[in-house]
Design a protein around this ligand. Structure first.
Ligand code: BES
Ligand code: MN
Ligand code: MN
Length: 464
């Protein structure tokens, strides 16, 4: 399989151009103004799978955006790899913070990517990473190097909670049956420090509304005499962490799995520079739960964060007013064993209980999902590790990530298979932020590494 490198060398300009075309379509699932573009993207993905050699591709309608399903079954006795990815992207705003338009991809060099990176919304999360699998399939089918069966399931609602997928998966267990699930929708430590993601955090996302008086009031005539919903809301939010930055919601930590000293020491071996971390974010200090390191805080520990807060007058100049209502959006990142529905309930009960007289509180759950940890002794992990060894010349480091892909735990529950998270993005690629990008090196290295995974996985599967 030495020829995968040659194949990429010969076709890399086309590989980049095809991704650039896909990135031009603004498939923002959160904003209905873009629904035509989201649908259009699903059609483009369908075509790309057909061209890459799938012998059956279909658009599966759902209550929401369609799921693109493709397969190439070569022999029922061989193992089956199921590739999952998403073709939807995050909204681009705040748009004025982009150095170039988010849906007009351009290639620029950066400190992290001296070979250049493609700048566009979705470049890394997840169109670029998803498309690596399409191009790896093209290589394998067109050169006779596909060693096993392959299925693709590419959805269009990941960034808004994958609701249709939780509807689709239980109804299509037969169709989705597989021996391993392969996802590239996470990151790695650095281009010369490959890592494989072995954990994802769960999520509970809620919106809160605090209502005081029945209308906005003159802050002189009423100020000091009635509860101001914004004052109250900010007080309530402040009380959700104690002086050690522990979360105060009763029962929140009940099921949290504490890692052993050995496990934490093992984690601490991963290369990490606190100085570089602070530098990259222009902060003079990190901040978080007492007793834990930065890498622990952002992976093995649960969190509670306000994602947005609003209410009252925010226009130009000053308006003296006490608003009738105040709002916030709050996310809780969870670790394995914490149940997101249970946490959502604990939060709602607590938040309502701390509201003083004079206001009413409403908690509306949005979406959520369970965390995930994958073992490093499965044949899937071993195959991935061997693949990275071949293409990076180094053994990849297992690393738990702080992000969430809630559907992964549902796959395990419904399809009874393990997921291997082969992510090729860097933290500095600015996913969800202005100026998102994906390194050309990373894109091509991903395409190169994936066929090695298929080969090793098939070999290890046959030895079982
Ligand atoms: N690809 C990300 C998740 C991710 C990124 C995991 C980097 C690990 C490393 C995914 O598209 C995402 O953004 N997930 C959301 C959750 C979803 C329910 C909206 C998240 O983590 O906020
Ligand atoms: Mn993603
Ligand atoms: Mn995302």
């Amino acid at each position: 399989m030495q020829d995968v490198k040659n194949y990429i060398e010969q076709h890399k300009d086309r590989f980049i151009n095809e991704l650039v075309e896909l990135l031009k379509i603004p498939s923002i699932s959160a904003d209905t103004a873009y629904s035509k573009d989201v649908i259009h993207t699903s059609e483009a993905v369908k075509m790309s799978l057909e061209e890459a050699g799938c012998d059956h591709v279909e658009i599966c309608e759902t209550p929401g955006y369609p799921i693109v399903y493709g397969e190439k079954i070569i022999d029922k006795n061989l193992p089956t790899v199921l590739v999952y990815g998403h073709y939807d992207v995050q909204p681009a705003d705040p748009i004025d913070l982009w150095d170039s338009p988010p849906f007009e991809p351009i290639i620029k060099k950066t400190a992290m990517h001296p070979e250049g990176a493609i700048f566009a919304r979705g470049a890394c999360d997840d169109k670029g990473q998803m498309y690596m699998h399409v191009k790896a399939l093209e290589y394998m089918t067109s050169t006779g190097n596909l060693p096993c069966n392959v299925k693709f399931m590419i959805e269009g609602e990941e960034e808004v909670g994958s609701e249709s997928l939780s509807w689709f998966v239980p109804r299509n267990k037969e169709k989705l049956a597989n021996d391993v699930i392969l996802i590239s929708d996470t990151g790695m430590i650095a281009n010369d420090i490959p890592s494989i993601t072995t954990g994802l955090r769960g999520l509970s996302y809620v919106e809160v509304e605090v209502t005081g008086p029945n209308r906005d009031l003159h802050s002189g005539l009423y100020g000091g005499a009635v509860a101001n919903p914004i004052n109250i809301l900010t007080n309530m939010i402040a009380s959700l962490h104690d002086e050690n930055n522990h979360i105060t919601v009763p029962g929140f930590y009940d099921n949290v799995e504490e890692l052993s000293r050995e496990e934490r020491d093992e984690m601490a071996k991963a290369p990490f520079s606190l100085a570089d971390y602070k530098n990259a974010l222009a902060i003079d200090a990190v901040y978080g739960e007492k007793g834990y390191t930065t890498n622990e805080r952002n992976s093995i520990r649960p969190t509670l964060d306000v994602n947005g807060i609003w209410g009252g007058y925010i226009g130009e100049g000053a308006k003296t007013v006490i608003a009738s209502k105040a709002y916030a959006k709050i996310s809780m990142r969870l670790v394995p064993n914490q149940d997101w529905k249970n946490i959502t309930e604990l939060f709602a009960t607590h938040f309502e209980s701390i509201a003083p007289k004079g206001v009413t509180v409403k908690v509306t759950p949005h979406h959520g999902g369970q965390g995930y940890v994958t073992p490093t002794n499965s044949i899937g992990y071993k195959a991935a590790s061997k693949a990275y060894q071949t293409t990076f010349g180094k053994t990849p480091i297992p690393q738990r990530s702080g992000g969430s892909i809630p559907i992964v735990s549902l796959f395990e529950q419904e399809l009874k298979s393990k997921t291997i998270l082969m992510g090729f993005g860097l933290d500095s690629d600015a996913i969800h932020s202005p100026n998102e990008h994906f390194g050309i090196f990373n894109y091509l290295k991903g395409i190169e590494t994936i066929p090695h995974f298929y080969k090793h996985f098939t070999e290890l599967f046959k030895e079982m």
